[in-house]
Design a protein around this ligand. Structure first.
Ligand SMILES: [Zn+2]
Length: 189
């Protein structure tokens, strides 16, 4: 199962290379099947799509371009031209098809349409009002970027599991060492 803590497709897509701050990040999309599963679990398509090895290579190229644009946005730097062109080219393509059925909404996408959905999401997150809410997870190893919609923008972690819990447990052990004299520090998600 893939994780979707970012609050936006593009952020979660970029996050499939997890722990980028470790010397060895973790690849959550090592196979075409895992990319197909990401497309379904993300809700981009409800129908199974056959993903080929070439599609996976394309996905990883798009993912890294999206991540470069996220980093540039957050640090206020100019966009890398190649990354910008690549993402914009995908964003220009047809997006998934949404239909109303007697059982509710139904969405289907080809691989190309799924890429377009991710790219368009990158455009709307990085170029829209949510851009001011972007944060990177406070876990020093975790590189997940998320939209902090919490009150007072106090969210610290991409998700409680595992990032927040890791620090909660460490804070708990620290309090125990102090003999329970210190007041509980609040860890907000
Ligand atoms: Zn995290």
């Amino acid at each position: 199962m893939h994780a979707f803590p970012g609050g936006a497709l593009a952020l979660d897509f970029a996050g499939t290379l997890r722990y980028r701050h470790r010397s060895q990040p973790r690849e959550d999309m090592p196979t075409p099947e895992s990319l197909g599963a990401w497309f379904r679990e993300s809700g981009i398509t409800e129908r199974e799509i056959t993903v080929k090895a070439a599609d996976l290579r394309e996905a990883l190229t798009l993912r890294e371009a999206v991540y470069r644009l996220i980093l540039a946005t957050m640090s206020g730097q100019d966009y890398d031209r190649d990354a910008l062109t690549l993402v914009n080219n995908y964003a220009r393509k047809p997006t998934p098809v949404l239909q109303l059925t007697s059982r509710g909404r139904h969405v289907e996408a080809s691989v190309e349409q799924a890429f377009a959905a991710v790219a368009q999401d990158a455009v709307s997150v990085l170029g829209g009002p949510d851009v001011r809410l972007l944060k990177e997870c406070s876990d020093p190893e975790c590189s997940q970027v998320y939209i902090d919609r919490s009150r007072g923008a106090r969210r610290e972690w991409c998700a409680m599991d595992p990032c927040g819990n890791k620090f909660k447990a460490a804070a708990y052990r620290a309090r125990k060492r102090l003999g329970g004299k210190s007041r509980a520090s609040t860890v907000s998600l």
